[in-house]
Every structure is written in structure tokens, then in C-alpha cells.
Write a protein that binds this ligand. Structure first.
Ligand SMILES: Cc1cc2nc3c(=O)[nH]c(=O)nc-3n(C[C@H](O)[C@H](O)[C@H](O)COP(=O)(O)OP(=O)(O)OC[C@H]3O[C@@H](n4cnc5c(N)ncnc54)[C@H](O)[C@@H]3O)c2cc1C
Length: 311
């Protein structure tokens, strides 16, 4: 990292920047080499200036939420990781209506779910047990069989890499399976940017029924998923054929299959877990072995749902 940028980051962010920060500390897989710098902005203005400076210096940057869908390679990230999970966490009622909730992108989905339950609003229970942040959940169109972000997001506030921050209503969002794209006004190309906040449209509901549903959903997760193990949730996307990746991996006899400390969970075959000291390389070799076996058995190529970043 160039000394000028290092000086700028140290002076502006003080105890909110860390250099050579191991990403294993920030990912649910507990894996990942060091990022050159890990920065935790707390204000939108600060973030705008940071992105502008990184662009001018030609330094790579990426945004992370809670790190629950990330595999960071062992040599880490040459560039700057911007974490919004520490500073951008506020959740509030929207000005425009009692059923609307606005959450900043670093807020945990769990906190949004709790907020909705507290205010007797239904619509967010599908997200119970998804451990990510709002920004990560929107990026991934996170969800379950019961719903996904596409069903509840009304509006997004985003910062684009030319420094423009704007709100976009849902007509500008194109949702896909575990993804989304933005049609930015006045631009031909879809815009990519940093999600600053999301507005959710929920429905008034009976608080007791909501709490009962929430309890049973959490219980179900605990019995069907390796709840306490280090993982990034489902590792592979379900194929277009309509089959489930987990069922295919299980049918291929891969439950419990290991490379080093990386293991196909015995509880849920689409979870790859770190049993202690797995490296990113172990996970990647296990991923390839699973892809090969499933391809050989079913003629289907499984694509990772987990985002793989770094070197
Ligand atoms: C035990 C477990 C269970 C899970 N269950 C589910 C499930 O049921 N359904 C499901 O869909 N997923 C599930 N996941 C995966 C994961 O929790 C979700 O994908 C979650 O939405 C990721 O959010 P995050 O904040 O951790 O994102 P991260 O892992 O930090 O990032 C994911 C991607 O989002 C981008 N990103 C993050 N924040 C922003 C932002 N503000 N602006 C722009 N880009 C951003 C990152 O650059 C990255 O590309 C599970 C994971 C675990 C560990």
C-alpha cells in the first residue's frame, strides 16, 4: 500500500482502520489471509471521501457486511476492505408509513427481524437465522423457501463509484436467484455500487402468531443445519434443473467427505464446514472435488453461492 494512502487512512480513521488485518477474524468460515487495510467508516460522507480517494489512487476495494457468505483466499486481499457492519447499523421506522422499516446496510438481519417482531410487523420471519447484514442480504437476495429480500425491499439507497448517492425504488431493482442488479436512472449500463440502506415494506400482524412462527423456524434451522459450525451457509446454488444442491451432494455419497479440516457437513450436505484449521485452499479443493463428483454422477455443474475473493 502506498505510504500516502496509509497516512491518509491512519489520520482520518485512527482506531477505525487496521492494516494487514486477518480476514479469518471477520468471516463466519474463520478463514482468510490479511487485507492490506480494513476500514470501518461510520458516516456516509466519510465513505464517499474514502471511495473517491481509493479510486484516485487506483487501489482495489471491496465492501463487506457480516462476512457470512465469503471465502477469502489464503494470501488475503491486496487492497482495502470497507466494513459497514460496525458503523452503519441504525434501524428506524420510515417517515412514509407505519409498516415501513429502514435499516442501514451494516445492520444485522437478525436485528431487523427482532425490530419487526417488536413492532408486530410480519414479512421478515423468512430471514430468521440468516446471519448476514442488510447490505449482504440485498446483494445476495438472501432467502429461504418462505421468501427472500426481493419480496420485502421497497427502496434502496446506494452509493455509486462516481460518488453519486441516490435512492432507487423497487422498479429499478432486478432481482435474481441469489443476486440483484440496478437500472440506474439516465445510464445505459446497470450500476454497481455500495448499498447504504434498505427500506422494507411489512404488514401488521398478530404478535403472538409471529413469535410462534419465529420460534418454530429457528428450531427447524437448528435441527436441519450445522448451526454452531464455522460455515458460510449453503455453499452451492441450487441448479436450474430444480433439484437441490444438498440432495445431489448427499446422493453422491459426499456427506462427511474431507480435505484437511474442510468437511462436507454430515448434517446438511450443502454446507462446507471448517472443522478447525481449514485453509481457503482446503475449501477450494473440497469444492472442486464435490463439483467433479456431482458432475460425474448427475451431469450437472454446481456453481458456488459463496463469494470467493482475494488471492
Ligand atoms: C449458518 C448460515 C446460514 C445461512 N443461511 C442462509 C439462508 O438461509 N439463506 C441465504 O440466502 N443465505 C444464508 N446464508 C448466507 C449468508 O448469511 C447470506 O448470504 C447473507 O445475506 C450474507 O450477508 P453478509 O452481510 O454476511 O454478506 P458478506 O458475506 O459480508 O458479503 C456477501 C456479498 O455482499 C457484498 N456486500 C455486503 N455488503 C454490501 C453493501 N453494503 N453494499 C454492496 N455490497 C455488499 C459483499 O461484497 C459480497 O460480495 C447463511 C450463512 C450461514 C453462515
Amino acid at each position: 500500500m502506498n505510504p500516502g494512502l496509509k497516512k491518509y487512512l491512519s489520520e482520518v480513521f485512527r482506531d477505525r482502520v487496521r492494516f494487514d488485518e486477518p480476514m479469518s477474524v471477520h468471516t463466519s468460515l474463520k478463514i482468510g489471509g490479511p487485507a492490506d487495510a480494513y476500514v470501518m467508516p461510520v458516516q456516509e460522507e466519510e465513505l464517499v471521501f474514502l471511495v473517491d480517494r481509493l479510486k484516485k489512487d487506483g487501489v482495489f476495494y471491496c465492501v463487506m457486511g457480516a462476512g457470512t457468505n465469503l471465502l477469502v483466499r489464503d494470501q488475503g486481499i491486496r487492497g482495502v476492505v470497507i466494513s459497514l457492519a460496525e458503523g452503519f447499523t441504525k434501524i428506524r421506522k420510515a417517515a412514509g408509513g407505519a409498516n415501513r422499516v429502514v435499516a442501514r446496510s451494516g445492520a444485522r438481519l437478525a436485528a431487523v427481524c427482532r425490530y419487526a417482531l417488536k413492532h408486530s410487523l410480519s414479512g421478515m420471519n423468512f430471514a430468521l437465522g440468516i446471519p448476514g447484514s442488510v447490505g449482504g442480504a440485498v446483494t445476495m437476495n438472501a432467502g429461504t423457501g418462505l421468501g427472500s429480500m426481493a419480496g420485502v425491499v421497497e427502496n434502496l439507497r446506494m452509493l455509486f463509484d462516481d460518488g453519486v448517492a441516490m435512492s432507487l425504488d423497487k422498479s429499478r431493482i432486478q432481482w435474481s436467484y441469489r443476486g440483484f442488479a440496478i437500472a440506474r436512472p439516465g445510464r445505459d449500463k446497470s450500476g454497481e455500487g455500495i448499498i447504504l440502506e434498505a427500506e422494507f415494506l411489512l404488514c401488521p400482524a398478530d404478535p403472538n402468531l409471529l413469535k410462534k412462527e419465529a420460534h418454530s423456524l429457528i428450531q427447524k434451522r437448528k435441527t436441519t443445519q450445522p448451526w454452531r459450525a464455522a460455515s458460510a451457509g449453503c455453499f452451492f446454488k441450487n441448479p436450474d434443473s430444480g433439484d437441490s444442491a444438498g440432495r445431489l451432494i448427499d446422493s453422491a455419497g459426499l456427506k462427511g467427505f474431507r480435505v484437511g479440516d474442510a468437511e462436507v457437513s454430515k448434517k446438511h450436505a450443502n454446507f462446507i464446514v471448517n472443522r478447525g484449521h481449514a485453509s481457503a485452499d482446503d475449501i477450494l479443493r473440497l469444492m472442486e472435488a464435490v463439483q467433479e463428483r456431482v458432475y460425474k454422477n448427475f451431469n450437472l455443474k454446481l456453481e458456488p453461492e459463496v463469494k470467493i475473493v482475494g488471492q
